[in-house]
Design a protein around this ligand. Structure first.
Ligand code: ZN
Length: 345
């Protein structure tokens, strides 16, 4: 079970009205990553920068009754029962942890990440992100003390309405559970399969391969490596941040959180520079069950497609479970490398 990526390339022919009906060949590249099961169709000819993907007036409108603004948290947000969190809510730096008012798992905390109602992606400093992760850890560890059966935790982010965010104010959702999600489960079982077949760690081998090829490798901050996924699961690509040798949440360590916060801040600023202000992120970790998996985050930029504000999710993704991507992973990695050059020394 070696690391193998598959690619097929097709040409579609059209007579182009903008070129006097000259014949034009358009290339479609279909990529499969057997490890994740992801299949993506890379259409470089579709790429347009998403120039202002949201209506700015929603920021002031949504601020009027925002439960996550500091003056409203006390009266408008729920509290944890005292046997879970004695003080009802957890405060850490800029962050506050509350229970999700609309939970989708037994233990589902919300981290209100900033005091500011809105931050564009270039304004998430490493310090803000680090505080948020520390608050996330306080919540996860509180749940671990309360319930010794929990084994998996994720920090999840829908930022802005284009990415499914129902509240503008920056916030993350933490899920702590005794079962992994479907994607986490796939990564765990594939990591085990790879280890049994090759006697090595898949994530170490993936990092070596990408560093050697130098086309999808973006950069490294300390022990966290940022690469673009070969077969992305989003129209604007997918960034993978792998915490080297961190098999469990505890093995990430304070350095790991600092490194990740610095790298993530750079990725967010780079996306902002590309005209993107919306994303999904999931940081996936094992708690006690180390296995052959390394903690990692998946960052998928989201956008409404101009000029109609069309959704970036279509029948290919919803029904066929394939992704139409308009930027190649190699171009995304190059943009990340260029944007970060000099900032991470
Ligand atoms: Zn707010």
């Amino acid at each position: 079970m070696k690391i193998s990526f598959h690619k097929e390339t097709y040409e579609a022919r059209i007579l182009d009205p903008s070129e006097g009906f000259e014949e034009k060949k358009l290339v479609v590249e279909v990529r499969t990553d057997p490890f994740t099961g992801a299949k993506a169709r890379i259409l470089k000819h579709r790429w347009r920068l998403p120039k202002g993907s949201f209506d700015q007036s929603i920021i002031s409108k949504s601020k009027q009754k925002c439960p996550f603004c500091p003056e409203n948290i006390e009266k408008m947000t729920p509290k944890f029962p005292s046997d879970i969190v004695a003080e009802g809510r957890i405060n850490h730096g800029q962050s506050t942890v509350i229970p999700n008012a609309f939970p989708y798992s037994r233990y589902n905390g919300v981290i209100i990440v900033s005091k500011d109602h809105f931050l564009s992606l270039d304004r998430f400093s490493p310090e803000i992100l680090y505080d948020g992760f520390q608050a996330s850890l306080l919540y996860i560890n509180q749940i671990r003390q309360f319930d010794d059966k929990v084994a998996y935790a994720s920090v999840n982010w829908n930022y802005m309405p284009s990415a499914g965010g129902g509240i503008i104010h920056p916030h993350w959702q933490i899920v702590v559970d005794n079962k992994p999600t479907r994607f986490h489960e796939r990564l765990l079982s594939q990591s085990l399969k790879y280890h049994m077949a090759e006697g090595r760690n898949y994530w170490a081998d993936l990092i070596s391969l990408e560093k050697e090829k130098k086309v999808r490798y973006a950069f490294q901050v300390g022990k966290v490596v940022f690469i673009a996924a070969y077969a992305p699961r989003g129209m604007l690509g997918e960034v993978i941040a792998i915490f080297e040798r961190a098999r469990t949440l505890d093995e990430v360590g304070q350095d790991g959180w600092r490194d990740f916060s610095r790298g993530l801040s750079e990725v967010l600023a780079c996306l902002h520079g590309m005209g993107i202000d919306s994303l999904n992120m999931a940081l996936i970790t094992n708690l006690d069950n180390a296995g052959h998996f390394w903690a990692q985050a998946r960052i998928i930029a989201r956008a409404s497609v101009p000029p109609l504000g069309t959704s970036d999710v279509n029948y290919f993704e919803k029904v066929h479970e394939e992704i139409i991507a308009v930027i190649s992973p190699e171009e995304l990695a190059e943009r990340l490398r260029l944007a970060c050059a000099g900032n991470l020394k």
